[in-house]
Design a protein around this ligand. Structure first.
Ligand SMILES: Cc1cc2nc3c(=O)[nH]c(=O)nc-3n(C[C@H](O)[C@H](O)[C@H](O)COP(=O)(O)OP(=O)(O)OC[C@H]3O[C@@H](n4cnc5c(N)ncnc54)[C@H](O)[C@@H]3O)c2cc1C
Length: 433
């Protein structure tokens, strides 16, 4: 029977190297990020990315023939837990969103020419990309409502529409745009993906939307969320990804593994916040004892440890299901971890912030930033409510109404049935009495 929670020693050694590298080389970057423009950042990253490549850990999410490691979701999950400790680490390992997801799309659905022109340079770190699906005026949580249109015109498609929250859109060399090709088709067969180079006439990158994560208006920097107006953007049919109407099918294949990586990165963040919570508990003195001797703080520590452990096992289990049974089999597990993981992360950061008092609220510690970032995790890649709804629906498929609407566990009904079943014995026992 195979039911094994251990990590093979060779891979554990790689994780060890990553832990040290991320802590010593990447964490310091967090403190000077604000002083650098995109060019400065690229210069700072270059030698770090080189070290990762030399270690054979670059773009590990892809198969070896594409220069990746073919790790599978379980190993990738463990890796993302380490990288998640810093928002700057994935970029050093060539697996930052949205480039990693976009490279998966190109690997999955790209033609040989599309792979040569976009995928290989993306993997080499020579190009940057964005995924442009959400629109300001339609519900992103129900993308069957998309309004951006792509109309066939001879050998081209002409794309028209407005998108927003296209992460990294303002620094991207190309955008993967989801647009409706057949508004009359069935809901999930209306949209198609297109590769749109950012310098195509009609692509207007208007601004990066300031957010809780980056409250100051800035433009053209890693992590910005672009508003993009597509005005009669003409792209050759050769830039279509997959067939017409396959946009949702392709995006699901991208999102499933992506959610496992997100959840493991959140656990990396939660682990860091948890360490801060515990450290503070050891020395801050209040009402006659250190905080760690107060029962409420002990409860926070114990609850956080239990919740992190639960989320971690749930996520690794989802990764294992994907590796062993495929994406479709992991659908429910992935929805479970998406909303549960986001909640755990939020709560652990909240407790860590609380235990630090005013210091936790200040920008002298990374907790307030973690707290702001973590809020988005309950929204993107499907809001909590949609994942809960999906889980509940899948669970309810396994249930049917009981006969005559009497609950299956109704004790008087069961007792009557049991009396009938054991009638002989019951009679004999009663007679002996
Ligand atoms: C930081 C960040 C990065 C992002 N990056 C990208 C990107 O790179 N590319 C891209 O295309 N998009 C991106 N997005 C957009 C993201 O995918 C959408 O915000 C998300 O899909 C939700 O869509 P919406 O904002 O339109 O909210 P809406 O769809 O309007 O939903 C609003 C709220 O309605 C409620 N709701 C919706 N449906 C249900 C339901 N069935 N039951 C109960 N309640 C419901 C939920 O509470 C939900 O939060 C990003 C968003 C954020 C915050």
């Amino acid at each position: 029977m195979a039911w094994d929670f251990s990590t093979e020693p060779e891979f554990e050694a790689k994780l060890d190297w990553m832990r040290t590298f991320v802590r010593e080389e990447i964490w310091p970057l967090e403190t000077v990020f604000g002083e650098l423009d995109q060019k400065g950042l690229d210069r700072l990253y270059a030698p770090l990315q080189q070290q990762v490549k030399e270690r054979g850990l670059w773009a590990a999410h892809l198969d070896p023939e594409l220069g990746g490691q073919g790790f599978g979701q379980l190993k990738l999950g463990l890796m993302h837990e380490v990288l998640g400790t810093s928002p700057f680490a994935p970029n050093a390992f060539g697996c930052q969103a949205p480039d990693s997801g976009n490279s998966e799309i190109l690997a999955l659905a790209g033609t040989p020419e599309q792979k040569d022109r976009f995928l290989h340079p993306l993997l080499a770190g020579d190009l940057k990309s964005a995924f442009s699906m959400t629109e300001p005026h339609t519900a992103g949580s129900d993308p069957t409502q998309l309004q951006t249109r792509a109309v066939r015109d001879g050998e081209d498609y002409v794309i028209t529409g407005r998108k927003w929250f296209s992460s990294n859109g303002s620094i991207a060399d190309f955008l993967i745009v989801m647009a409706v090709t057949d508004p009359d088709a069935r809901a999930h067969q209306r949209a198609t993906m297109f590769i749109v180079p950012s310098d195509t006439p009609g692509v207007n990158i208007l601004r990066d939307v300031p957010t809780m994560e980056h409250p100051q208006e800035e433009f053209g920097k890693l992590g910005g969320h672009a508003v993009i107006l597509y005005e009669d953007v003409r792209v050759p049919a050769a830039n279509r990804l997959g067939g017409e109407g396959e946009g949702f099918l392709i995006s699901q294949q991208r999102l499933y593994p992506g959610r496992i990586h997100h959840c493991m990165r959140w656990l990396g963040v939660a682990g860091r916040a948890f360490d801060m919570l515990c450290e503070r508990a050891t020395y801050r003195f209040s009402h006659g004892k250190v905080l760690g001797e107060h029962q409420t703080v002990q409860n926070w520590i114990a609850d956080s440890a239990a919740e992190i452990q639960a989320a971690r096992l749930m996520t690794l289990h989802a990764a294992w299901v994907m590796d062993t049974q495929g994406s479709a089999a992991a659908r429910r597990d992935i929805s479970l971890i998406k909303f549960y993981g986001a909640r755990v992360l939020h709560d652990v950061i909240d407790r860590a912030l609380q235990v630090h008092g005013a210091l936790g609220y200040s920008t002298d510690l990374p907790l307030e930033a973690m707290y702001r970032y973590s809020r988005a995790w309950r929204l993107y890649d499907g809001p909590d409510e949609v994942h809960r709804q999906s889980v509940a629906r899948q669970i309810l498929h396994g249930y049917a109404p009981p006969a005559d609407e009497v609950p299956s566990e109704h004790l008087p009904t069961r007792r009557a049935a049991a009396r009938e079943k054991f009638a002989e014995i019951l009679e004999a026992v009663t007679a002996n009495d």
